[in-house]
Design a protein around this ligand. Sequence first.
Ligand code: HEM
Length: 504
Amino acid sequence: MDHLQASPSVQTMSTAFCFFFFSFTAVFSVFSFLIYVLRMKPCCNCNTCRSYLTLSWTRNFANLGDWYTHLLRNSPTGTIHVHVLQNTITSNPDNVQHILKTRFDNYPKGKPFSTLLGDLLGRGIFNVDGDSWKFQRKMARLEISSVTNRSYALDIVTQEIRTRLIPLLASAASGERGGLLLDLQDIFRRFSFDNICKFSFGFDPGCLLSSLPSSSFADAFDLASKLSAERAIMASPVIWKIKRFFNVGSEKKLKEAIHVVNDLAEGMIKQSREMGFSARKDLLARFMGSVNDDKYLRDIVVSFLLAGRDTVAAALTGFFILLSSHPRVESLILEELDRVMDPDQEVASYEQMRHMHYLNAAVYESMRLYPPIQFDSKFAVEDDVLPDGTFVSKGTRVTYHPYAMGRMERIWGSDCLEFKPERWLQDGLFVQVCPFKYPIFQAGVRVCLGKELAIVEMKSVVVALIRRFNIQSFVADQEPRFAPGLTATVRGGLPVQVQERRRR
Ligand code: HEM
């Protein structure tokens, strides 16, 4: 084996190379970190930055969003700047319109965001700007808004409700599940994951089967989204980039989780090609008609999973938290359902849902107080001035904050903290408000493509559950505490007790 051993001079050279390589990486990392720290203005001693850095805000507020709400309420313009984060945060609808519509070109998602989610989402619609975004948006809009696709989506949701959601709650109500409390947040996450996988891939992960099985795909997807989001809260991007380079710690786990997601997505694409995608109705099959690049197809579909899964689950969780402490609203919804539906009907039709104005109002109102995406950021390409006079320098992160906006007296009046579906009704009919006042689904040029689908999904669930069950939440009296992440997740879940409702 001697001939395979390197000569001493080659060994010395390779040791020297390693030494220089690692020294260079270390010096470069420290240098980048210093630049990053200096740009963050860690020395800023204003009250807001001090509170942020010392976490002293946690003494008075349950969630970061509540503290920002307090600061934004006290700001005469409804806008604040957190210097240490280089982040301008606004709750001003005129500013929101400026960012999302008037000067849309100046406020893309930007590189910092796309780098964080790049490994998971690749070039999917959620993670790109420019031509690639335009192409995907045009195609996705055509697909999602087609009548065939809408009824396909409603069929999937209805079937999941009938065959899984209702039987599961019925077994909890009958005591078959040992009288244990159900975590409704977990149930909704399983429910929406099954739906969005069927809609996007034509694949059923079966997360809501009665045994509540663990799904390696759902687990990997959860872990990958969580670890990607956690990159954003690290002191410096240099840290996760080094961990990724050396494939250690959380970055190693992220890579493994993405591997599982990729394996499944690639398997689905292959299977779809073999079976002949033209006969299938799922989104993947529809995109396959115009995209040949399998990696790009994978990216497109994974973005849809992220867009449609946790958002719907978070919206339903917020709705049931509020409903539990507002029996009057529940009674009014039930009265409306009795007027529109047959006595023994389990699930409402699309046409019937169009006549449920009070339910629609309650769904919109719940997301005003508990938006599934609590804030959203863009990055300014050039210097700009917002309509309220705030100067934004090039490269600044600009965040609009739906959670805070739903709690602003100057937008919603003095009863802004009350859950009052009536504020959405005029003569009993539901009336939309200006989308820049209520940017729950974003607004303007890049407004959510799944909005109608999400609302129909939510209403279908609410109708089916509250007609048959009495659901009592155990966190109704406390303000929920949210875990950090891309979508609102209540810490500790939503434990509920379920009873069959007596026929009225
Ligand atoms: C209550 C449920 C939902 C809420 C609150 C919601 C909210 C949002 C928001 C705030 C954005 C903008 C995100 C950003 O650009 O950073 C967005 C984008 C998007 N949403 Fe939704 N969404 C929901 C459900 C859905 C569903 C079910 C689907 C798909 C079937 C979907 C598909 C999309 C897509 C494709 C985009 C990207 C649009 C673009 O970038 O042009 N969403 N959504």
